[in-house]
Design a binder for this molecule. Structure first.
Ligand SMILES: Nc1ncnc2c1ncn2[C@@H]1O[C@H](COP(=O)(O)OP(=O)(O)OP(=O)(O)O)[C@@H](O)[C@H]1O
Length: 229
């Protein structure tokens, strides 16, 4: 389980996370939802140790983040961070050299699934192709958790459906997924749990199915309630 406990984060004195707490479990797709600038990417980066957090705590399966823990988590940032001059094949080799948990067979399977040609230069990829390659890099690691920052951003409908298929496939099944998205209405059926961020805190954390069956509310309904408070 990923546990975010009472995390506070300021950027140059401005409070972005103000005692944020939530959990993301294995075998569960958890979605962080919030307006632009709510701090979603900041939380992702904090979990990955990419931005320092002085107050509050983050635990992964009960352990504080460190090298061993980071082998358990893969992070798909909101844009590709590979050099643009590299071919995708070189990017895959780089990942294989760098990550002990790299699963080359799965990488090949994913490249085929997304119909990506590894001979293509990264700099020549369209936005959607780059997003898919970014997902390959994250999902081909044998990690227990996958963090994805805006995996659907700027991607056409059919490619979104392809990415959505990955969520319900065996590529994810046993893992815990924590993602951010603005396409809440579209991905609602894929998400198990929602965490609505507001004023630097988790204003609501709920199981989507329970919310639907017991209160008849969609995630968007709950968002409207939270933001109109
Ligand atoms: N490195 C930084 N230095 C200063 N301020 C920052 C930095 N990174 C983020 N911020 C600020 O922190 C706030 C939260 O940013 P963050 O990117 O986490 O939001 P977000 O919820 O992911 O937004 P969006 O939905 O627009 O992607 C914003 O006001 C942003 O300007």
């Amino acid at each position: 389980m990923i546990e975010v406990k009472e995390v506070r984060k300021r950027y140059r004195g401005r409070v972005v996370l103000n005692g944020l707490s939530f959990t993301a479990e294995k075998r569960c797709i958890t979605c962080l939802i919030g307006m632009n600038g709510a701090g979603k990417s900041t939380v992702m980066k904090a979990i990955m140790g990419l931005v320092p957090v002085k107050e509050g705590g983050i635990l992964i399966d009960g352990q504080s983040p460190g090298k061993a823990v980071y082998e358990k988590i893969s992070f798909v940032p909101d844009r590709l961070t590979m050099p643009l001059g590299m071919k995708m094949s070189e990017g895959l080799t780089f990942m294989a050299d760098f990550y002990e948990c790299w699963n080359a067979e799965r990488a090949v399977e994913l490249m085929r699934f997304f119909r990506l040609d590894e001979r293509e230069k990264i700099g020549n990829l369209s936005k959607g192709m780059a997003a898919k390659f970014n997902l390959v890099l994250g999902l081909a690691q044998n990690s227990d958790y996958v963090l994805m920052d805006e995996p659907f951003s700027g991607i056409d409908l059919f490619s979104r459906e392809m990415i959505a298929d990955v969520f319900s496939s065996e590529l994810i099944e046993e893992r815990g997924v924590l993602l951010t998205t603005h396409e809440v209405g579209e991905v609602e059926h894929l998400i198990d749990k929602a965490v609505i961020m507001h004023n630097g805190q988790a204003a609501m954390e709920f199981e989507c199915e329970t919310m639907r069956s017991e209160q008849g509310k969609s995630i968007v309904d709950v968002m409207r309630e939270v933001y109109s408070r």
